[in-house]
Write a protein that binds this ligand. Sequence first.
Ligand code: DQA
Length: 146
Amino acid sequence: MAVHLLVLNGPNLNRLDLREKSFYGDIDYQDICAAVDNAAQELGFSADIRQSNDEAELISWLHEAAEKKIPVIFNPAAFTHYSYAIRDAVVMLKAPCIEVHISNPLSREEFRHTSVVSGVVAGTIAGFGLDSYRLAIRAMKGLLGN
Ligand code: DQA
């Protein structure tokens, strides 16, 4: 039976096609959904992929994942850099969480060099475009023991 996986995406990732191509490449949110779906299916996961521009909604999805003990792959987008509320919700998760970024925040503006989330997740994968999500799904498979 497929293992349930929650893939959460933060603000502005639904408008990737309108953002800086030099950082995000030529992809849109549907490309993320397709890449995640394919990789998940290949590795025996059923992925529930969600995006929100609303911090409160992301937090309520993290609460849901905690209650149901669902593993999470999470691109918190700009909330990565300053949302202690998101960090506190990640701490409460019961199954592993992997942080993902399409771009490499460490090669960008200084404010992106801080992640308030990195310290409370199993690991972070950044800078590989859609492959960041594929690699995270692969890593999640390993974390869950197969
Ligand atoms: C991002 C990197 C963040 O710094 C930025 O605010 C985003 C996207 C990424 O996937 O590369 O919105 O999380």
